[in-house]
Design a protein around this ligand. Structure first.
Ligand SMILES: Cc1cc2nc3c(=O)[nH]c(=O)nc-3n(C[C@H](O)[C@H](O)[C@H](O)COP(=O)(O)OP(=O)(O)OC[C@H]3O[C@@H](n4cnc5c(N)ncnc54)[C@H](O)[C@@H]3O)c2cc1C
Length: 182
């Protein structure tokens, strides 16, 4: 929709056969009603031509037919996998690979700490995550920014917990010593 303000024609290349599966219906309605937008279903970009700038793309439909379309721009709108497979297995994830935090971690048998996990703490105590790779988040820029800020608060909370515990331990130790001296 945004690009139609600047381009005469926008071609939406969709690998699947249904825009509504992954897009809000209000947006689909606007896309379909816009005469400047052509939607090509069951189609993939198979090649990009150009030396310093894009000059054309090759589009292949489901029957294998390839057409060459002149264009000066290509915007990729793909990416919903969390790509968290590089993380160690001790860091629990949901069935789609998004990292579990806070209340979800508290329910895990593997959580052995004597305290509840912080809101953005993972199943590895002291390791935090925020943004798109976190399970249950809204995959939006504004959300990710807020989540990042919350992660800092969680770190401060945890450091505060350890600091208090250290004071408790020190108090216990000095009390023990004073008991021994009597
Ligand atoms: C095509 C597309 C369009 C979008 N449009 C919108 C929109 O219009 N409005 C909106 O609000 N949101 C939009 N989003 C969602 C938005 O981009 C995300 O919600 C936001 O970027 C999440 O921020 P993040 O910091 O959690 O993750 P990311 O922005 O994904 O940042 C994660 C970073 O970690 C890096 N990384 C990954 N693995 C490793 C590793 N092993 N070691 C080191 N670094 C690593 C990545 O390179 C990346 O830089 C869109 C997303 C996509 C894919």
């Amino acid at each position: 929709m945004f690009l139609t303000q600047y381009a005469r024609k926008v071609t939406l290349v969709v690998r699947g056969g249904d825009l509504r599966k992954n897009m809000s219906s209000y947006l689909c309605d606007r896309v379909v009603a816009n005469p400047q937008i052509e939607v090509r279903y069951h189609t993939q970009v198979t090649a990009i031509e150009g030396a310093e700038h894009i000059g054309a793309v090759h589009l292949r439909d489901e029957d294998g037919n390839v057409v060459r379309e002149d264009t000066t721009g290509l915007f990729i709108f793909i990416g919903a996998k969390p790509r968290t497979d590089f993380l160690p297995p001790e860091l629990a994830r949901d069935d789609k690979g998004f990292v579990l935090t806070g209340p979800a971690v508290a329910k895990l048998a593997s959580w052995k700490e004597r305290r509840l996990p912080e809101a953005l703490e993972t199943s590895l105590p002291g390791v935090f995550t925020s943004g798109d790779c976190r399970s249950g988040t809204t995959k939006r820029v504004a959300f990710a920014i807020g989540d990042g800020a919350l992660a800092v608060t969680c770190v401060h909370n945890l450091l505060g917990t350890y600091a208090t515990r250290r004071i408790d331990v020190l108090n216990e130790t000095s009390a023990d010593r004073s008991d021994e001296s009597h």
